[in-house]
Write a protein that binds this ligand. Structure first.
Ligand SMILES: Cc1cc2nc3c(=O)[nH]c(=O)nc-3n(C[C@H](O)[C@H](O)[C@H](O)COP(=O)(O)OP(=O)(O)OC[C@H]3O[C@@H](n4cnc5c(N)ncnc54)[C@H](O)[C@@H]3O)c2cc1C
Length: 333
């Protein structure tokens, strides 16, 4: 028996397949967010999702609430992203299940996988939507929020990537999704992995796209050494360090920390931009952030136009005081 409401049917919820991501055995918070947003939109109808790779730190069904089924291929070969195998498994499940829409959170993985799957499945690609699509339409903020574009799929199938949101939703429901094991096809000749270089994040570091607090630095930090203060500030918050592209191009920080159009989209509750001018390409990556704080010595820097709190000053003077004050505050807690 289906418990779909009329509204949920209108959204075609039963024909949508959500791609959940794990990283190093942990379900990504962007995936949990996407699942729960879908639950709210689909008003209690059963959702379908696919999850590739083992999740050994916590049972995925305990982190996701609401009715549905998760097709879980819990195979060691899928622990790390393998483009060919991921493409094949998700593509086959999509075809066999008769789905019409494939949904991803906008992440580094989906930026690689979604376009490839759109070619394989002959589906339209609607990328970086600011919210879940409705009736095949998705909206995307353009020119750092100055305009909004509406994108409509031109084929009956669509692949949609959705920007993360800092607003945490947790539907009130007693249902937990069922987990269905998904078989992994035997490796074919062209499935042989060809890993050229693997960049592994340092143990204990929080991924900038997953963090609740992000402290980011731009050219104004002056040097790679200047980021020591940001690392200290981020660790006091239990957050992550982010960077502008200039900083990454200079080799001061790794590309995995870059925020923006050619980096990651982030949705922390708190974003602190230090010595970052606020170019549109950078701002497009922080549109999902909650509270934005900017520290810049130029009072006309564009970052102040999107900041909730702005501090005009030199990072070399402001940040040590900020770190010291925060330490004092935390000591009193
Ligand atoms: C196709 C394309 C894609 C791009 N993708 C991205 C992207 O994904 N992410 C991204 O970030 N950029 C991206 N860019 C680059 C972007 O246009 C900007 O060049 C870049 O974001 C600027 O980085 P920044 O703010 O660190 O440096 P700058 O623009 O040089 O700004 C430095 C800021 O620091 C301030 N400052 C200097 N010294 C101090 C100090 N001591 N104390 C306080 N403030 C100080 C200055 O007033 C200035 O506002 C892209 C560009 C293109 C063309």
């Amino acid at each position: 028996m289906s418990n779909n409401t009329h509204g949920a049917e209108g959204q075609g919820c039963s024909r949508r397949l959500i791609v959940l991501e794990q990283r190093e055995g942990v379900l990504k918070s962007t995936s949990v967010d996407l699942w729960h947003r879908m639950q709210m939109q689909c008003k209690g109808s059963r959702l379908s999702a696919v999850l590739l790779g083992p999740v050994d730190k916590e049972n995925p069904s305990l982190q996701l609430s609401g009715p549905g089924v998760i097709h879980h291929a819990c195979d060691e070969r899928l622990r790390r992203y393998d483009p060919r195998l991921y493409r094949r498994i998700i593509g086959e499940l999509f075809e066999e299940g008769g789905f019409s829409e494939l949904l991803f959170a906008d992440t580094a993985l989906s930026r690689d996988l979604a376009p490839a799957l759109s070619v394989r499945l002959g589906a339209s690609l609607l990328s970086r939507c600011s919210a879940l699509p409705e009736a095949g339409r998705c909206h995307r903020r353009l020119y750092s929020g100055a305009a909004e574009g509406t994108f409509v799929a031109s084929s009956p199938r669509a692949i949609v990537t959705v920007s993360p949101s800092s607003i945490l939703l947790q539907p009130a429901t007693v249902f937990l999704p069922d987990i269905l094991p998904l078989a992994v096809p035997a490796a074919e000749h062209d499935d042989l992995p060809s890993i050229v270089r693997q960049v592994v994040r340092r143990e204990g570091m929080v991924d900038v796209a997953e963090a609740g607090v992000v402290v980011a630095g731009g050219r104004g930090m002056g040097s790679a050494e200047g980021f020591a203060l940001l690392e200290e500030l981020a660790s006091l918050f239990g957050g992550a360090v982010g960077a502008s592209r200039t900083v990454v191009d200079e080799g001061w920080r790794p590309h995995g920390e870059q925020i923006g159009q050619t980096g990651k989209s982030i949705a922390p509750r708190l974003y602190i931009a230090c010595g970052i001018s606020g170019a549109v390409q950078h701002l497009s990556g922080i549109s999902g952030a909650g509270t934005v704080v900017a520290i810049n010595r130029d009072s006309h820097a564009p970052i102040f136009e999107v900041a909730d709190f702005g501090l005009v000053g030199d990072v070399g003077e402001v940040l040590p005081e900020f770190v010291a004050a925060l330490k004092e505050f935390l000591k009193m807690q």
